[in-house]
Every structure is written in structure tokens, then in C-alpha cells.
Design a protein around this ligand. Structure first.
Ligand SMILES: C[S@@+](CC[C@H](N)C(=O)[O-])C[C@H]1O[C@@H](n2cnc3c(N)ncnc32)[C@H](O)[C@@H]1O
Length: 215
């Protein structure tokens, strides 16, 4: 199982964005939608082993964390309907209040939609909870060590069947999150000295994992 985690640093936590201009009015929800669509288009044997977690951190009411379980998820296959889907999800969160971020893996999570868990947590508190499980956690960054050369030895030191990977959004990471990641986890870069879109990184990452028989 792989969990891919992205903090959507500026994505709105209210549903008042325009479907006619998703990138310009939602705080780049389109970046997150493209990540989900990229995973959703993969063969079932891969996507059933993926959880995609995004933490919306934009105004007016951050943070809002959503976990998408692709084994159970029925998600639209185009960007417009995906944005409408997100509008409804965010509307639902406005009727719920879960404030105790400390209980991320306990009771304070809600299945807000089939295959989607909602938690009121920021990324750092969420990662602190995951760290207790002792599965490998890495993050992707253009300045990291080569993923291809280093991931197998790294995974061998850990549990090979579970991996958490953090990816930045269109602005990379916010400074507080980046410091936390640098202090706690290993940093890897994908093949080629380029800065890729977040959704593109997911595809490259899963391809690399397929090459080493992760799925
Ligand atoms: C569009 S990039 C962010 C670019 C942003 N302008 C910056 O300076 O960080 C989105 C994210 O994809 C990941 N990424 C992009 N290219 C990568 C590469 N070559 N290797 C590893 N991760 C990469 C990083 O996590 C990055 O934060």
C-alpha cells in the first residue's frame, strides 16, 4: 500500500469557487484534481493499493484533510465534474466540526463519502501520527537523492509493503512543512533534472515502484 500526501497550500476550504475558472478562483484545486484523475486512470491492481491524501490549507477555514481510498472510490473522470464533486465534499465539511487533530487515527475521522475520509488535521499533526507506525516515509524534492538509485536499499531497511510519499503542490512546500520534512524524512528526486507537475510526479513515482515490483 502506498499513501501519497499533498498539502494544497492555497486551495480554498469553502465551495465558493467558479467552475468556469477553477485554477483562478479555487486556489489551484485543479492541481489536486489532476493528481486524483492521474491515479484514477491507472489499472485496478495499482490504484487499489493507493491512498491519496490532500490537506486543503487555503482560506477561509483550514485545514481540511481528505483521504481518498481508490479501492472504494467512485470519482468523476473529468475535471469539471471532479470540481463539482469537491464542491459537495467541502459543503459537507461545513456541517461537521472535528477539531481534535490528535485523534487522526482514532475516532475523529468521518467517512464523508464512500471511499473518502475527512479529518480536521494539518499536515504536520497528520505526519506525526503516521510516524508512530514506523513505516517508511519519504518526500519528493528536486534536490533530493536519486529515487531510482536509493529507494531499494532504503525500503529494504524498512517495511517493503507500505510506503508514504509526500509531494509538493504548484508552489512546492510551505516553509514550515519543508522544515518538518527535512528534519524527519529522507528526500528523493525523480529521474531527470526537471521540475515536474505534481500529477506527473505521481505517475513517474508509481512507474518507478512498478519497476521494482512494489505492486
Ligand atoms: C511543480 S513542482 C513545485 C515547483 C515549485 N515551483 C518549487 O519551487 O518547489 C511540484 C512538486 O513535485 C515534486 N517534484 C517536481 N519535480 C520533481 C523531481 N524532479 N524530483 C522529485 N520531486 C519533484 C516536488 O515535490 C514539488 O514540490
Amino acid at each position: 500500500m502506498i499513501e501519497i500526501i499533498i498539502e494544497a497550500t492555497k486551495t480554498k476550504t469553502s465551495p465558493n469557487f467558479l467552475i468556469q475558472d477553477i485554477p483562478g478562483t479555487s486556489g489551484r484545486l485543479d492541481v489536486i484534481i489532476r493528481c486524483i484523475l492521474a491515479i484514477n486512470s491507472l489499472p485496478t491492481f495499482i490504484k487499489n493499493n493507493i491512498i491519496f491524501t490532500t490537506i486543503l490549507n487555503g482560506a477561509p477555514d483550514p485545514p481540511k484533510l481528505f483521504k481518498f481510498y481508490f479501492s472504494k472510490l467512485n470519482f468523476p473522470d473529468d475535471e469539471i465534474n471532479a470540481a463539482l464533486f469537491f464542491k459537495k465534499l467541502i459543503e459537507k465539511t461545513m456541517k461537521i466540526d472535528i477539531t481534535d487533530a490528535e485523534n487522526v487515527h482514532n475516532s475523529n475521522k468521518i467517512e464523508i463519502n464512500p471511499g473518502i475520509i475527512y479529518i480536521r488535521s494539518d499536515i504536520i499533526n497528520y505526519l506525526k501520527k503516521i510516524m508512530i507506525k514506523e513505516f517508511p516515509i519519504i518526500f519528493l524534492h528536486e534536490s533530493g537523492n536519486s529515487f531510482r538509485k536509493n529507494i531499494i536499499p532504503y525500503l529494504k531497511l524498512n517495511d517493503y509493503s507500505n510506503l508514504y510519499v509526500i509531494i509538493g503542490d504548484q508552489s512546492g512546500y510551505n516553509s514550515q512543512t519543508y522544515k518538518f520534512l527535512e528534519d524527519n524524512f529522507r528526500k528523493f528526486k525523480l529521474k531527470g533534472n526537471k521540475s515536474y507537475l505534481s500529477s506527473q510526479c505521481i505517475v513517474y513515482l508509481l512507474y518507478e515502484l512498478m519497476l521494482i515490483g512494489f505492486f
